[in-house]
Unconditional design. Structure first.
Length: 332
């Protein structure tokens, strides 16, 4: 029998937080769901904690550590629900999240629906908003109606790409063969843009349905080695836009977005990763220079991003790049 909502929860060594995440699902006001937990090669006490829950709605999948993209793809193949919602192991849902999100998606027959998230600081115990998670890019004219990607053409790169902030119609995801990139972090980003631009019916819910925990181990809390993956994630994004005929429509904002992710990562990443980060970007830009798209970057990048792009290409090593980039460097 088909559940109304399939919840996909990948977890790797999540013993500190997994209990609260699972309980937030099991205590929902909408009870017709399945919870697919993918134990992604955990080596701590995660699996024992999961096994403490005795609930027929839990489907446990165990695999070697392949990362969140592979875990989510495998879970989606198993999902039997009408709609799917995603949960990270250190976060949790509000008690009425499924009821509200499902009702909205079902009533408006959306391909996917955004809802608000709110940050929770693990140290202070306080919640705080930010503009992305508040859906501030959608003014009142978007509320309580269905819209298409064409209506937000100029602002798609200002949207939250996080997969956990939406409820998706499973038949739609399968129809378009939506898959997460595997083996890299920041896998939400290319997935989101593919799904967004393939969709026709979108809506928003201005309610906080999801709590996003910020702590020392959060992927985006420290700019560490995971941020090396901003390069392959950006390459995947460009591939998706080119292959689906969206590249020229969004070229100016797309190329700025492509450059800025790794540019800021190189600026902020821990010192021990800077050379590796530089080399990834250098290899990427050298390949672009040899491609048919090189002139597009020269024609469409703003002065600061263009200087960064050309300094990387002109440099022979990270020290050389640092010297070049500091010359006549404008504001970020």
């Amino acid at each position: 029998m088909t559940a109304k909502v399939s919840v996909i929860l990948p977890v790797f060594n999540g013993e500190r937080y997994i209990r609260k995440a699972v309980e937030s699902v099991l205590n929902q006001t909408l009870t017709d769901f399945e919870l697919i937990i993918v134990n992604d090669g955990s080596t701590d006490n995660t699996l024992n904690i999961i096994n403490e829950f005795e609930d027929s709605r839990i489907v446990l999948v165990s695999q070697e550590n392949l990362g969140p993209g592979a875990a989510r793809n495998r879970a989606l193949e198993k999902a039997t629900g009408e709609y799917v919602m995603y949960l990270d192991a250190d976060d949790w849902f509000s008690p009425d999240a499924f009821e509200i999100a499902y009702a909205e998606a079902k009533e408006k027959d959306t391909d996917f629906t955004f809802y608000q998230m709110i940050n929770y600081d693990d140290v202070s115990g306080k919640t705080y908003p930010n503009d992305w998670f508040e859906l501030k890019n959608f003014d009142e004219s978007f509320e309580d109606r269905v819209f298409s990607p064409d209506e937000i053409k100029g602002s798609i790169f200002d949207l939250s790409v996080g997969v956990c902030q939406k409820i998706y119609k499973i038949s739609f995801l399968r129809e378009i063969d939506a898959k997460f990139p595997e083996g890299i972090f920041f896998e939400d980003m290319p997935f989101f843009y593919y799904v967004l631009l393939k969709s026709e019916r979108i809506s928003i819910i201005k309610r906080h349905l999801y709590f996003r925990r910020k702590h020392d181990e959060s992927i985006t809390h420290v700019v560490d080695g995971k941020f090396l993956d901003t390069v392959p994630a950006g390459q995947e994004l460009i591939r998706i836009f080119i292959e689906n005929g969206w590249y020229h429509t969004y070229i100016y904002d797309l190329l700025a977005y492509k450059i800025n992710g790794p540019r800021f990562a190189l600026r902020d990443i821990e010192e021990k990763y800077k050379v590796d980060m530089y080399l990834l970007i250098k290899n990427d830009y050298d390949a672009i220079k040899q491609s048919q798209y090189y002139q597009d970057y020269l024609d469409n990048l703003g002065p600061v991003k263009k200087k960064f792009f050309l300094d990387i290409i002109a440099s022979e090593n990270y020290e050389d790049f640092t010297r070049l980039n500091q010359q006549n460097s404008g504001p970020a």
